[in-house]
Write a protein that binds this ligand. Structure first.
Ligand SMILES: Cc1ncc(COP(=O)(O)O)c(C=O)c1O
Length: 440
């Protein structure tokens, strides 16, 4: 028998997306958070340049949200999600629907981005069948796309590390190419100039499979987890046109772009392109309680409602869909966003953020800088034979210097809470400049 673990032993926790052994030798434990800062176990104030994991858009420890969740747990801890309801789930759905432009007018609740993606893909397939187009069963995604870690999400996703060890995944999936074009677009400020023609890839893949067999295309309007790829000028509009031409649903995965990240409530507002389904999570509760949602267009919901009235229209849902704590957190979060104008605040700060970020051009190892709203990325030249190592050293060094950034591959990604002030932005880039000068 092995010896029992001490209660404060780090061993038992199999950490997600983490180099477990490395972390456990040199742990980075956070014990508190308020507004723009985390408190580390060794008592330091760490400036949060990532809104947690792109989720704490209202900042940390916001009183209104804390109170709403505390009150809710005392009042109604849980209500069954199937064939029963509770008022806050309806209130939240109605409030979200009111924020959304037509035709998006229905909301399906989930508990994460991955579940939102699975839900949207399933709605797309079931919708095609419900309207008598059951041969439309194929799903399209994009190379370098990140749609969470469910089997649906990794199948339509395009990050090879997330796919290669998990067998055949969903069948009937294909991918169009990503839009990264560092040769033509390096150091673009905001939306890059070149690459609208990458949308024509969609025509190629449709011709291969035939539109009569394709249900939907899912893409992130701004690809985040792959290292921040901003869509080229005109690209998303062209994608929409091609989907319309071939009667294919367009799903925008707005798990990170939703709730103010690019300076408008959603990225579809920014790019003026209307998807049929939208997946969200993270910012919906500012990360306080896990929650996700799918926004569905009227024509999709209505198609399901053609079934006889006493039947379940969609055989899908989660025990915790619309959990009372998540709904309370989301309603309070929407209040905070509204009271403080946070869903458009990124637009006010975008040029200050952009200037600070692009001032890092010319620093050692920097081969590209990209930005939109309050998103920023710095791509570093990988160390030959040791990809990801350089960016990870930057991450560790930044943390030592009281700054939290994120890295993916050799790309540093930043997405501060939307309450960030100019003084924080200065501090982020001053620290990062020191960090980049100090790493090999
Ligand atoms: C675009 C996108 N979709 C889906 C997900 C998955 O979300 P979750 O980790 O909540 O399952 C993420 C997470 O970062 C994401 O960025």
């Amino acid at each position: 028998m092995t010896a029992p673990l001490r209660s404060n032993n780090l061993e038992a926790f199999w950490m997600p997306f983490t180099a477990n052994r490395q972390f456990k030798q040199q742990p980075r434990l956070l014990v508190g958070a308020k507004d723009m800062h985390y408190t580390s176990a060794d008592g330091r104030q760490i400036l949060d340049a990532t809104a947690g994991l792109w989720c704490c858009n209202a900042g940390h420890g916001r009183q209104k949200i804390v109170e709403a969740v505390s009150n809710q747990v005392a009042e109604l801890d849980y209500a069954p999600a199937f064939q029963m309801g509770h008022p806050k789930a309806f209130e939240l759905a109605a409030r979200l629907a009111n924020m959304l432009p037509a035709p998006l007018d229905h909301v399906f609740f989930t508990n994460s981005g991955s579940e939102s993606v699975d839900t949207a893909l399933k709605i797309a397939l079931a919708y095609q069948r419900a309207r008598g187009k059951g041969t439309k069963y194929r799903l399209l995604g994009r190379e370098r796309g990140y749609h969470g870690v469910g089997f649906g999400g990794i199948s339509v996703g395009g990050i090879s590390g997330n796919r290669k060890t998990f067998g055949t995944m969903l069948t009937g999936v294909d991918h169009i190419r990503h839009t990264h074009d560092i040769e033509r677009n390096a150091f673009s400020r905001g939306v890059p100039e070149y690459g609208v023609e990458f949308a024509e890839e969609l025509e190629r893949v449709i011709a291969l499979h035939d539109a009569s067999n394709i249900a939907a295309l899912i893409i992130e309007p701004v690809a985040g987890s792959t290292g921040v790829l901003i869509p080229p000028k005109g690209y998303l509009k062209r994608i929409r046109e091609i989907c319309d031409k071939h009667d294919i649903l367009l799903i925008f995965d707005e798990v990170i772009t939703g709730f103010g990240r690019v300076g408008t409530p959603f990225a579809f507002d920014y790019f003026d392109v209307m998807p049929d389904l939208v997946t969200v999570a993270k910012g919906i509760t500012s990360g306080v309680v896990p929650m996700g949602a799918v926004f569905a267009a009227k024509h999709i919901y209505d198609t399901f409602m053609d079934a006889p009235e006493n039947t379940i229209e969609l055989f899908h849902g989660y025990t915790y869909s619309g959990h009372p704590l998540a709904c309370a957190a989301a309603l309070a979060t929407l209040d905070v966003y509204e009271e403080e104008g946070l869903l458009t605040r990124a637009a006010d700060l975008a040029s200050y953020w952009e200037d600070g970020l692009h001032a890092m051009k010319g620093l050692p190892h920097v081969i590209d800088i990209r930005n939109l709203g309050l998103i920023g990325a710095i791509e570093l030249e990988p160390i030959p034979g040791a990809p990801t190592k350089r960016a990870f050293s930057a991450f560790l060094k930044a943390y030592e210097n009281n700054l939290m950034i994120r890295t993916t591959g050799d790309i540093i990604a930043m997405s501060p809470p939307l309450i960030v002030e100019k003084s924080h932005i200065d501090q982020i880039f001053e620290t990062l400049t020191r960090v980049l000068k100090s790493i090999d």
